[in-house]
Structures are given as C-alpha cells and as structure tokens.
Design a protein around this ligand. Sequence first.
Ligand SMILES: NC(=O)c1ccc[n+]([C@@H]2O[C@H](COP(=O)([O-])OP(=O)(O)OC[C@H]3O[C@@H](n4cnc5c(N)ncnc54)[C@H](OP(=O)(O)O)[C@@H]3O)[C@@H](O)[C@H]2O)c1
Length: 198
Amino acid sequence: MKILIVGANGTIGKAVAAELSARHEIVTAGRSSGTFQVNTADPKSVRDLFSAVAKLDAVVCAAGNVEFGPLEDMTAERFDIGLRDKLMGQVNLVLAGREFVNPGGSFTLIAGTLSQDPIRFGASASMVNGALESFVRAAAIELHDQRINAVSPSVLEESMGAYGAYFRGFEPVTAQRVALAFSRSVEGSQTGRIYRVE
Ligand SMILES: NC(=O)c1ccc[n+]([C@@H]2O[C@H](COP(=O)([O-])OP(=O)(O)OC[C@H]3O[C@@H](n4cnc5c(N)ncnc54)[C@H](OP(=O)(O)O)[C@@H]3O)[C@@H](O)[C@H]2O)c1
C-alpha cells in the first residue's frame, strides 16, 4: 500500500511510520518536517498536499494541536485552536482526501482518551476528541468505497515527562502499542471503529 502519514515525525507518528514502513510505501508530511509540508488547519494547504502526493491507499493522521488550561482561563480563541487544528484539520484531510484515496482505502484519525476520561485543564481536548470520534462513526456510514477509523490512546509513556503531572493514576501506553492500533485500522477491514489503547 501507499500510505500518507501526517505528523510522521511526532511521538506517535514515528512509531506508526516504523510499524507500517516494514510492509508499505510511506509518504511523510508535517508542519515543517517530512517529505511534504502541510498545515492541516488550512484547507488549501491540505488540498495542495493531496495534489502533490496523488493516489493513495491510506491516510493516517498523527497530528493535531489543542490548548490545555484551567476552564476559567479558557477563551473562545483558545478553544478555537483545537477546533481548527485537531478537529477540522483532520476533517479537512478526509474531505480533501476522498478523491485521492483508492477504493478500499482508509482514513485513520487520532483522538484520545480524554473523550471518555476527562482531566483538569483538558476541557478543549475532551471536546475535540469526542467530536472526532462522533465524526468517524458518522462518516463511516457515508463513505462507501473507503473506510474510516480513529485511534484513541491514553497518555503515552514517551510523553509522561511533559504530561505526567496532568495524568496521575493513568497507566501510560507505549507508542509501539498505539502504532499497532493504526496497523489494525490500515491493514484490517473494519470501519467506523474507535480503537482505544489504554
Ligand atoms: N502524546 C500523547 O500522550 C498523546 C496521547 C493521546 C493522544 N495524543 C494525540 O496524538 C496527536 C499527536 O501527538 P504527539 O504527542 O505524537 O505529537 P508531537 O510529538 O508533537 O508530533 C506532532 C506531529 O504533528 C505535526 N503537526 C502538528 N500540527 C500540525 C498541523 N497543523 N499540520 C500538519 N502537521 C502538524 C508535527 O509536525 P512537525 O514535526 O513538522 O512540527 C509533528 O510531526 C495529538 O493530536 C495528540 O493530542 C497524544
């Protein structure tokens, strides 16, 4: 398969690229890293990416920013970052990618455990992850020739240095386990699934 990985240079993306590159042709993209540069929050940038990459068998996204902070300090502008970047950034990949993904191909998006299991300072992330999971379930019943799933991991072991204080009591998961969930989505046959890695 020819697989586009957006965010391939990130903590999750690197593990997904390592897992899938053993068996498939990988095309990498990132904000400033990768073979192709893209800002997923910008629909034109996403369309340009697909025009450059052309036909694909799978699109994987391991990119998306959200703001964390106490709810009392959150503003509409700070919520808007997650909405435009992590949520619509990935919706933009699906909307623009539909005509470039071969029949039988797939989209795999990244959500996160905060959709189900909120933490302090994570209201925006919970909202965006929940919306992504709902989008995947809904899009799956209208995408007839293509599949769509999401991977929803707990906090990563590799990220505990940065996020550990916010996730006390959560059992961290390895990037390698998260990569296996992406593999199930890309190399399996299911659609409309949320693969939880906890
Ligand atoms: N890490 C965790 O514990 C964890 C747990 C659950 C869910 N998640 C979710 O997983 C996703 C990836 O997390 P991560 O920790 O792997 O992030 P990361 O290490 O910061 O890597 C993010 C990757 O995405 C790219 N990227 C970021 N914003 C982009 C944009 N607007 N357009 C295109 N590419 C963009 C970056 O490109 P450059 O390298 O060029 O900057 C980088 O390659 C996030 O949405 C996060 O919420 C993470």
